[in-house]
Design a protein. Sequence first.
Length: 255
Amino acid sequence: MASPTWSAFRVSSRSIGVDRNRSVVKEALGNWVAEDAATFRAGMLVELSSSQKVQACTGTYPLGFSLYTKATTEYAAIVGEYIQLNGVTATTLAHANLFVPGATGGIRVAAALTGSAYTEGAGSDYTVNYTNGTVTRTAGSTIPDGGYVYCNYLYQVTEAERKFEGSNFWQSLNDVSIQDGLVTVARGDCVIFTTQYDAAQTYSVNTKLYAGTSGASLSGYVTSSAVGSFIGNVVQVPTASDPFLGLRYIGGTTS
């Protein structure tokens, strides 16, 4: 596998939020005010609410990418976890409490890291227990019995993992509230490396990217599924060794 085009020293053993070492931002004003009840994480797309305050982008009018977190949980990205599926017995992933947009669709299971993926569902190829972090092959699956698959997903970082690595300067996940409700937003033409993307999709260089919609339960997330405003293109694909999605953000547009 080719080495990543962009590289940076990784402080965390997990890939969480936005990689500010590699992101190239020309405009990042820190005087935007966050909506009191809003929840968003560093690396998420944000927008302005009707009261002109920052909240997670619902898909139509992205303001830019938040560089700080206003949440009580954070999610890390896993790309290419290799597991074997035997019969209809559940196989346990390395992590539990997976991110799922709706009832299904939060994980990509495929025979290869690129190309087409298998279909989730009881009447399709596999099912997922998102709380326990397990994948089960179905009886009528096109996945061969005993076959190996690659899995991409986001999972909720545990408190033990956070304590092992240490916390931020304020010992808090909620950077925004500590800063009197102010948030820094990266705007304009920039390059962002983020893990806040739709892990169920397939990405390749130059793939068109869109703002996830509230209707798809993907508010704030980047996706290759054409559901919201066009925001830019992939410049580096997520890999097992570097799960960050690199993208050129050009600003939200409906064209």
